[in-house]
Design a protein around this ligand. Structure first.
Ligand SMILES: [Zn+2]
Length: 70
């Protein structure tokens, strides 16, 4: 399990167990620095997706109206 290097949230020490050997604090997987950036873009991706969905909905309803009038 050497692939999973955990980092203590209290003293920032690296551990292979979920409990820090130095201070007994909780050790978690260190978040890659890219994480927050990706999350920011994910927000915009979701917004874009929602807008796309709204446009599609509007188009569908206008098509439906057109079909009704025919
Ligand atoms: Zn610690």
């Amino acid at each position: 399990m050497a692939k999973h290097i955990l980092r203590c949230v209290d003293c920032q020490a690296y551990n292979l167990t979920e409990t820090c050997r130095d201070c007994g604090g909780k050790a978690v997987l260190p978040k890659p620095p890219k994480y927050s950036i990706e999350d920011k873009y994910a927000k915009y991706r979701r917004m874009a997706k929602e807008q796309e969905r709204d446009i599609t909905k509007k188009e569908e309803s206008s098509i439906a109206k057109e079909q009704e009038s025919i």
